[in-house]
Design a protein around this ligand. Structure first.
Ligand SMILES: NC(=O)c1ccc[n+]([C@@H]2O[C@H](COP(=O)([O-])OP(=O)(O)OC[C@H]3O[C@@H](n4cnc5c(N)ncnc54)[C@H](O)[C@@H]3O)[C@@H](O)[C@H]2O)c1
Length: 313
């Protein structure tokens, strides 16, 4: 048997699966490169790049398992995988705390202007403590859109900062909100009352562009929006216009519409966005789950599931 690893995943995966099969690594191949490589392999270990389309799955004559070291599976053609009997394993829940902590970090960064202040000192050589007056999280309303594992952990952390937590998730029973000390609301109500709105739902046809100019129009002018889930849920054109017009306090994101994830790797693709002009836009390159702690836990989970799927050891 042969295993192909195509992204930075915990080293224990190669070590453990290497006891049972040949393990090769080819970092971040394009879709075309992967389609050419895949016919030999029984196991594919990946994160979210490149998108696994029908062409790759058609070429994957020996493939039995795809181990995805992340949560979302919108980058995989799951119907075709199912048709072909290829098991797709993901790692739900294990990176939730990592993403939740990053969310809080960005709420603090936007609230205290730490990123422009850091640049002002280090790049501009200014030492002006009156330039960046922030606000505290304490006593503010935290609105969570999508109240699953990550959303609930963000709520828990928000409560530690003495925030009031409100949430929108039409797929959850009432008792979940009660247990999490969060007030269940419609999306419009959440947008209206929140000082911070944070998005933690999957990208689906229903959630594509869910957050748009209409959402922004319902919010307080100084409210802050965070998207740690998937690019495409927030309409970036609308967000850009709102930031430029001062209709919103700030936007923090770990994901972008045209990031490489889920769109496949396009040869020579450059990465840019009008949002980069906005001082009150802060961004990280989809590193929400990138902690040694999450990587170790996900690695252990994927190893166990791949071994179970292939009846190894
Ligand atoms: N930035 C990162 O690195 C990173 C890492 C992990 C996950 N994520 C993203 O975060 C998302 C959430 O992860 P999770 O582990 O909390 O998943 P989860 O499945 O536990 O929670 C998602 C929640 O969204 C809700 N939801 C679905 N459609 C909705 C809609 N239309 N409106 C409101 N709520 C809706 C579901 O009911 C569910 O409770 C994932 O789908 C993934 O895309 C990003």
């Amino acid at each position: 048997m042969k295993c192909l690893i195509i992204d930075a995943v915990h080293s224990a995966i190669a070590e453990e699966l290497g006891k049972y099969m040949q393990v090769d690594t080819k970092m971040l191949p394009t879709q075309q490169e992967l389609a050419a490589l895949i016919p030999d392999y029984d196991v594919l270990i990946m994160r979210v790049d490149p998108a696994i389309n029908k062409e790759i799955l058609d070429a994957a004559k020996n493939l039995k398992v795809i181990g995805v070291c992340s949560v979302g599976l919108n980058h995989i053609d799951l119907d075709t995988a199912k048709e072909k009997g290829i098991q797709v394993i993901n790692a739900p829940g294990l990176n939730g705390n990592a993403v939740a902590e990053l969310t809080i970090s960005k709420m603090l960064d936007l609230s205290r202007h730490t990123i422009p202040a850091n640049a002002d000192v280090k790049v501009n050589k200014n030492w002006d403590k009156y330039k960046f007056v922030g606000r505290e999280l304490r006593g503010k309303t935290l609105g969570i859109l999508g109240f699953g594992r990550i959303g609930q952990r963000v709520g828990e952390l928000g409560r530690a900062f003495l925030m009031d937590v409100v949430a929108y998730d039409p797929y959850l029973p009432a008792h979940v909100f009660e247990e999490q000390h969060a007030k269940s609301m419609s999306i419009d109500e959440v947008l209206k009352v929140s000082d911070y709105v944070t998005i933690h739902m999957p990208l689906t046809p229903e959630t594509k562009d869910l957050f748009n100019a209409k959402s922004i129009a319902e919010m307080k002018d100084d409210a802050v929006v965070l998207n740690m889930s998937r690019g495409g849920i927030v309409n970036e054109k609308d967000m850009y216009e709102a930031l430029k017009a001062g209709k919103i306090g700030g936007y923090a994101s770990d994901v972008m519409e045209n990031e490489l994830a889920a769109g496949g790797l396009t040869e020579g693709a450059s990465f840019d966005s009008p949002l980069f002009e906005c001082d009150n836009f802060i961004v990280t390159p989809h590193l929400g789950a990138q902690t040694v702690d999450a990587s170790r836990d996900i690695g252990a989970h994927i190893i166990a599931k791949v071994k179970e799927a292939l009846n190894l050891g």
